[in-house]
Design a protein around this ligand. Structure first.
Ligand SMILES: Nc1nc(=O)c2c([nH]1)NC[C@@H]1CN(c3ccc(C(=O)N[C@@H](CCC(=O)O)C(=O)O)cc3)C=[N+]21
Ligand SMILES: [Mg+2]
Length: 290
């Protein structure tokens, strides 16, 4: 039996269309500003897709590119300017930042109401206590993808592999909110493969290319692969692989997201949804949910 391949690209398209329709219906033009410091080649594709899709949704997109040598003070000043600009509803500072800049300080400087990444401690705290907030995009995307297979996640044994602030922790919070039974496993977990093999829903977010092998997966389980790892293809080029060894995993899983075309496109769709939410709040209108 071969797994159902969950089409993240298609679901992302549907969500982007709904976001665009809602913005139009509400008469709102959400504004998203992306700040990039230096040239991280790995994030170029992401930035390109993001800008293209922001404009396709009828949003106002803008981009600030600062040189690698930009001082922390200079970046903080730009963030404050954007905080005070009413045409900017969402601010995304691309991570990682150069070593001389403290990412936590930058994140804390973003107005929580414009923090469309959902990384500000205020938003992380609201998510933890179940208050309405801007929720990190990739975790939101993971839940929407999982729900295409399990519309109700109640009681499901979910294992989150990875404990980062940007994916592992928030995805675990969302799964708890969905009444799943949640285990957070990571590189220090004992008998890691056995723990994963108990999951009905496995979310792999460790950032290690093809770490998750066939025997880590329970037969019929749903696998959401968050990893986006660029590896050499042996022919002098590179290709993207996830945290899951896809070809063997699809022989045992019930459903699985591919890389590319799985979680990645959903991250951008949820970023647009968050930007619309921030814009609705700013304009005192009820924010739609997706
Ligand atoms: N503040 C901040 N927020 C982020 O959300 C953030 C970030 N910094 N830094 C970089 C990572 C990476 N990331 C991706 C999102 C979408 C795709 C994506 O759309 N991928 C497609 C195409 C990939 C390709 O072909 O290269 C796919 O997986 O199918 C990839 C990567 C967001 N990140
Ligand atoms: Mg992690």
């Amino acid at each position: 039996m071969s797994a159902t391949i969950i089409d993240g690209k298609l679901l992302a398209e549907t969500i982007r269309q709904r976001v665009a329709d809602e913005a139009k219906r509400l008469g709102i033009t959400p504004g998203l500003t992306v700040v990039i410091v230096g040239e991280d080649p790995a994030s170029q594709v992401y930035v390109r897709n993001k800008v293209k899709q922001t404009e396709a949704a009828g949003f106002h997109g803008s981009e600030h590119r600062l040189p690698e040598s930009t001082s922390e003070a200079n970046l903080l000043k730009l963030v404050q300017t954007l905080n005070n600009d009413p045409s900017v509803h969402g601010i995304l500072v691309q991570l990682p930042l150069p070593d001389h800049i403290d990412p936590d300080l930058v994140i804390r400087t973003i107005d929580p109401a414009k923090d469309v990444d959902g990384f500000h401690p205020i938003n992380a705290g609201k998510l933890a206590v179940g208050q309405d907030s801007l929720v990190p995009c990739t975790p939101q995307g993971c839940i929407l993808l999982a729900k295409t297979v399990h519309p109700d996640l109640t009681g499901l044994n979910a294992v989150v592999l990875g404990r980062s602030n940007i994916v592992g922790k928030p995805v675990a919070q969302l799964l708890i909110q969905e009444s799943a039974t949640v285990t957070v496993a990571h590189s220090k977990t004992q008998d890691l493969s056995d723990v994963c093999a108990r999951a009905d829903l496995l979310v792999a977010a460790v950032g290690r290319a093809e770490l998750v092998k066939r025997h880590w997966i329970k037969p019929g389980a749903t696998v959401i692969d968050v990893g986006i790892n660029r590896v050499a293809d042996g022919l002098g080029k590179s290709r993207l692989v996830g945290d899951v060894a896809f070809n063997e995993a699809k022989e045992i899983a019930g459903a699985i997201t591919p890389v590319p075309g799985g979680v990645g496109p959903m991250t951008i769709a949820c970023l647009l949804a968050n930007t619309l939410k921030a814009a609705c709040w700013a304009e005192g209108k009820p924010a739609p949910t997706f």
